[in-house]
Design a protein around this ligand. Structure first.
Ligand SMILES: [Zn+2]
Length: 380
């Protein structure tokens, strides 16, 4: 069964033109859908008064309302499980400071107060699929057994042969086959094309806080809608069904190991729902006042985003260093003049002029460093 069939199930009691609300579609609340034309992310929120929501992903586009029927959206499925946002404020502060420390001459706007002020809680979707499975299976089941042997060795210290008892674990392989009829629930599969990329950015999630979805989870958050068709997600879910089935067959056979598992599964009654993963998004402004988005794991605070160093800050530092070099140069000139009356002042004048030259050469370092850093970030 494919997604269209799941939709058929939902549409049984309603004509296609009928507008279904979020509450009727299993979300438990009336909902509003939003689209960002800049980055094409789609969200749902509780109904909002304002028309001017900024996209919590790119922070450059304004969101536009989608006024069509919710049940006409292709990937509109209700969530079943959720990992709530649980990031302690002090952990967030630490993450922001750590991120800023990794940037030479970080923009002044990149500070905990600004990031916190612009923080948006967002849920990212993961597909969950249930299915009944009927299958014939065949595998090689491995059973451990112990073998005891004796090994003779010549012992140098006592000058005689000694016999050592050796115990070794070996595996006996037997072919097993059988039938399987089971229901599997909530097998996960990515619902976003960028799923892996986002996980690389924010790290894994701790599933110990997973809970049943409640409509209250929606208050004040954006929920990203899937952009990956369930058919694609299905092909990634099948190997997980197979792993689960192989493990159950191994246990049922009482085997220690299983290999060459082969099955001919028939899947029935597929049902799709969503798991929601917690992240926060925010941004800082670079020198050109362009928002640079950051994304933060809503549990452990791992933060990721584009690192933009501030050329303006670097230039100010360079100018200050250069001005200091000029002052030192003038001081050395005065000391040189004083040297006519008091010769030891010449020595000091030479020392100061060397310092002035070193400082004027060093004054370019901040600008070059920032240019190099920003270039290396662009090449990433
Ligand atoms: Zn956007």
């Amino acid at each position: 069964m494919t997604f269209e069939m799941a939709q058929e199930g939902q549409a049984k009691h309603h004509s296609p033109a009928e507008q279904l609300t979020g509450a009727e579609l299993g979300w438990g609340k009336p909902l509003q859908t939003w689209l960002c034309e800049q980055c094409d992310w789609r969200y749902i929120t509780l109904p909002q008064e304002t028309e001017k929501l900024r996209c919590p992903h790119c922070f450059t586009g304004a969101l536009s309302r989608y006024d069509g029927a919710l049940n006409e959206l292709v990937y509109f499925h209700a969530p079943e499980l959720v990992i709530p946002h649980s990031l302690p404020p002090e952990r967030l502060e630490e993450s922001i400071q750590q991120f800023a420390r990794g940037i030479p001459f970080a923009p002044l706007d990149l500070n905990p107060a600004q990031i916190r002020k612009r923080l948006r809680p967002v849920y990212l979707p993961v597909w969950l699929v249930d299915s009944r499975v009927k299958a014939n299976w065949k595998a090689e089941a491995g059973f451990y057994y112990q073998v005891v042997s004796h090994q003779d060795e010549y012992e140098q210290t006592c000058g005689e042969w000694v016999s050592r008892k050796m115990q070794e674990t070996r595996t006996r392989w037997e072919v097993r086959l059988g039938n399987l009829e089971r229901e599997y629930h909530n097998v996960p599969s990515p619902a976003l094309e960028e799923h892996q990329k986002i996980l690389q950015q924010v790290g894994e999630f701790d599933f110990s806080l997973i809970a049943d979805y409640q409509p209250e989870n929606l208050s004040g958050v954006f929920v990203r809608l899937p952009d990956r068709v369930p058919e694609d997600a299905w092909s990634e879910a099948v190997p997980i069904f197979e792993q689960n089935a192989a493990e159950e067959c191994r246990q049922a056979s009482g085997a220690d190991q299983f290999r060459q598992f082969n099955w001919q599964p028939q899947f029935q009654d597929r049902n799709w729902s969503l798991l929601l993963l917690p992240v926060y998004t925010s941004y800082y402004l670079d020198d050109q006042q362009i928002p640079q988005p950051v994304i933060i794991n809503g549990e452990n605070g791992r933060l990721s985003g584009k690192r933009a160093a501030s050329q303006q800050r670097a230039q100010k530092t360079s100018i200050m260093l250069f001005a200091l070099a000029v002052v030192l140069f003038l001081v050395s000139m005065s000391l040189g003049a004083a040297g006519v009356l008091f010769p030891p002042a010449f020595v000091l004048a030479v020392v100061v002029i060397v310092l002035a030259f070193l400082l004027s050469a060093g004054a370019v370092v901040p600008v070059v460093r920032v240019w190099w850093f920003n270039r290396s970030q662009q090449l990433k």
